[in-house]
Write a protein that binds this ligand. Structure first.
Ligand code: FES
Length: 251
């Protein structure tokens, strides 16, 4: 694969006194982030539902989407927790005197992440600092996970597709687009789906839970599916995707 050309995106002095700078890289909205004496560049669009990540909190080498709380690894772009399942684009950086150059990272961050509620970010200690080298974001950091994903088990994205078959009988919108699914973990072909309901007294709760369990159990490579209900955080309409809002006429 041919490497993309470097393009100048900003000067270091523009980042002085601030931690983030919105830029355009390869015609994509992006944000430069200085964190822990290192520099990162990521696409400024959450892969869950398009929210800009600019204002998301940065912690332990990850950035959190300010809308529904998905987290992405700053270095690899991997999605580390629900509701996002796809990585964000990251960019290689090169520093030439005061100028910052960038190009799309060609690291293979296209794989869907394996999720775990206790996932921890890749240790930043092994990363080169901007002061030590002229490049950043050059290595792939795999998504951390405390659970093993068995090779014949379905990917999280496929499980989400399956869960989209489960329709809330009151709102007539699938439970994924409603934002009811918080997390999916898989270990040794046993799947645990952590999800919520639109309200603790939702009369359709037992039906939704049973259908969600059936949808996962029916998938090849799944031995057992457990649905864990949680009311924390409580569901709110802001958790819906734009598709779901459109269906419900919410603008
Ligand atoms: S838009 Fe980012 S988590 Fe939903």
């Amino acid at each position: 694969m041919n490497e993309a050309a470097w393009e100048r995106v900003a000067s270091l002095s523009e980042l002085e006194g601030q931690e983030r700078l919105s830029v355009i890289i390869d015609d994509l909205p992006a944000v430069l982030i200085r964190y822990d004496d290192k520099y990162y560049a990521i696409e400024d669009v959450c892969t869950h539902d398009g929210q800009p990540l600019t204002d998301g909190p940065v912690e332990n080498g990850t950035i959190e989407c300010p809308r529904h709380g998905a987290r992405f690894d700053l270095k690899s772009g991997a999605a580390l927790c629900m509701p996002a399942t796809q990585p964000i684009q990251t960019f290689d950086l090169e520093f030439r005197d005061d100028e910052i150059y960038a190009r799309p990272s060609q690291s293979d961050n296209s794989q869907q992440a394996s999720f775990a509620t206790t996932s921890t970010p890749t240790a930043a200690a092994s990363e080169p600092t901007a002061a030590e080298t002229s490049e950043a974001n050059t290595e792939v950091a795999p998504a951390a996970s405390s659970s093993e994903t068995s090779s014949d088990a379905p990917m999280v994205g496929a499980m989400l597709d399956s869960l989209k078959q489960v329709i809330d009988p009151e709102l007539f919108v699938n439970i994924v687009d409603l934002g009811l699914v918080y997390d999916i973990t898989e270990e040794n072909n046993d799947v645990v789906v952590t999800m919520t309901l639109t309200s603790p007294s939702c009369p359709a709760g037992p039906q939704i839970v049973a259908q969600a369990r059936d949808a996962i159990t029916a998938m090849p490579g799944v031995n057992n599916a457990e649905i864990k209900l949680t009311m924390s955080p409580p569901w709110g309409p802001e958790m819906m995707t734009d598709d779901a809002k459109d269906q419900l006429g919410i603008f």
